[in-house]
Design a binder for this molecule. Structure first.
Ligand SMILES: [Fe+2]
Length: 440
């Protein structure tokens, strides 16, 4: 790969600003796929998508096509979706159940863990060094695969610390999502909502903890919700739609009080005790089911955690109180697919899932009232950052005002702290490979 020296990459990130090239240069994008998406733990899917032996699901880890499978023994595998022979993509269907896989080109067959099962007319390979047991002739396994509360992550580097270390305190968001089920388990409900964004993946990830934009970018929907609420007769409960949309019109003060917390590896979240989801009305039967499972005190404790968006940098974001996750699939420097997956809380009233899906339709879908506002802002950045007029993107709001505690940093909600934390991680990933190589 060409022109970026380690000094050049370092010069792109300062304490309070980043160079525009990080969003628009295809060469940076390729380096990110190798050094960030090739080193970090990347979210693949949820175990409930492949409940039975032989179940599989295809997706991507960065640029790499992969298959998540469940073996005959129940073990979850993540393997590269590439035939060991001529390199054709082996599995084409998004998901299904199979005894194994067969490449459609020359008919090499593989077991669910990627190991080679057979090749046609094998005698022709006699005395060539070909060995069925040699992993070179298997569909390759990703270097590390692990899951946490059913969320399956894979990592292409064997040098990256284990998943638990990588997740750190961000794991508490996944714990809380699962604990909100009276049975302590989540189950994917249906296919994801997919939304193509004409922007760099980092713009989307940054926006998840950007509390300075809702009152501007989403002002029309906030205004509409307020006008609607104002004309309701005194004492009328808000319909569920209004309850979901209304907080998007909250004040700067509200978001400041929500707070932002950052963690190692670029992770972070807004809220914690309160968020835009705190005031949702109760769904009949849910709290009772939680109390029956956990006892009243523990049930209240679980429901009191309320993180707004948790970023698992770079690939995944989760809302504990809404049971939805959004998955980042970068396609090109200016194209990113965002998938929203919805979860059923096992043992909870079905109405909980209905609210989760309603939330996505209203906020996250391409036909929603909120998501397209964001899409438009990202597309404008992508279009205008090519301008030669100025090279930098600013992120100094709240600089130096953060408090440090136990490896975390905290600040007021509209601080740019989360962006600065993401670029610290970005720089670590983007320069570490080179440093390691130079040290070797
Ligand atoms: Fe937004």
């Amino acid at each position: 790969m060409g022109g970026y020296s380690i000094e050049h990459i370092r010069s792109l990130v300062e304490d309070a600003r980043v160079h525009r090239d990080v969003y628009i240069d295809p060469e940076i994008f390729d380096l990110e796929m190798e050094r960030i998406w090739g080193r970090a733990w990347i979210y693949v899917g949820h175990e409930s998508q492949i409940p039975n032996p032989g179940d599989y699901f295809i997706t991507r880890v960065g640029k790499e096509p992969v298959v998540m499978t469940r073996g005959k023994d129940g073990q979850v595998h993540v393997i590269y979706n590439r035939c060991a022979h001529k390199g054709a993509k082996v599995v084409e269907r998004t998901c299904g159940n199979a005894q194994g896989f067969r490449c459609p080109y020359h008919g090499w067959t593989y077991k669910l863990d990627g190991s080679l099962q057979g090749v046609p007319a094998r005698s022709g390979y006699a005395d060539t060094g070909f060995d069925m047991k040699d992993p070179r002739f298997h569909m390759q396994k990703l270097a590390q695969v692990d899951s946490y509360r059913g969320f399956v992550f894979a990592c292409q580097s064997k040098d990256t610390p284990d998943l638990k270390t990588f997740l750190g305190d961000a794991a508490a968001t996944l714990d809380n999502m699962a604990d909100r089920s009276p049975e302590g388990e989540l189950e994917v409900a249906g296919a994801p909502l997919q939304y193509v964004h004409d922007c760099n993946w980092k713009m989307w990830v940054e926006n998840l903890n950007d509390a300075m934009h809702p009152m501007v970018a989403h002002s029309s929907v906030g205004d509409a919700a307020r006008r609607y609420a104002a004309q309701l007769p005194e004492g009328t409960p808000y319909p569920r739609e209004a309850e979901i949309i209304f907080p998007f019109g909250s004040s700067y003060k509200f978001f400041d009080e929500m707070g932002v917390t950052t963690l190692p590896y670029g992770h972070g979240y807004m809220g914690g005790e309160m968020s835009i989801h705190t005031e949702y009305s109760e769904i009949p039967g849910y709290f009772e089911a939680m109390v029956a499972s956990y006892g009243e005190e523990r049930a209240k404790q679980i429901l009191s955690q309320n993180r707004h968006n948790t970023i698992f940098y770079p690939s995944f974001t989760a809302k504990d109180a809404v049971q939805a996750v959004r998955v980042v699939r970068p396609i090109a420097v200016d194209k990113t697919i965002i998938e929203t997956w919805h979860f059923r809380l096992k043992g909870a009233p079905e109405d909980m899932l209905k609210r989760t899906i309603l939330y996505s339709r209203l906020i996250n879908s391409n036909g929603s009232m909120v998501g397209p506002d964001d899409w438009d802002c990202y597309a404008r950045m992508q279009e205008a950052l090519v301008s030669q007029s100025y090279e930098w993107v600013d992120m100094r709001r709240g600089l130096g005002k953060e408090e440090r505690l136990d490896g975390k940093e905290r600040s007021f909600g509209t601080s740019d702290l989360s962006f600065r934390n993401q670029y610290r991680a970005w720089l670590d990933y983007m320069t570490k490979d080179v440093e390691d190589r130079e040290a070797a």
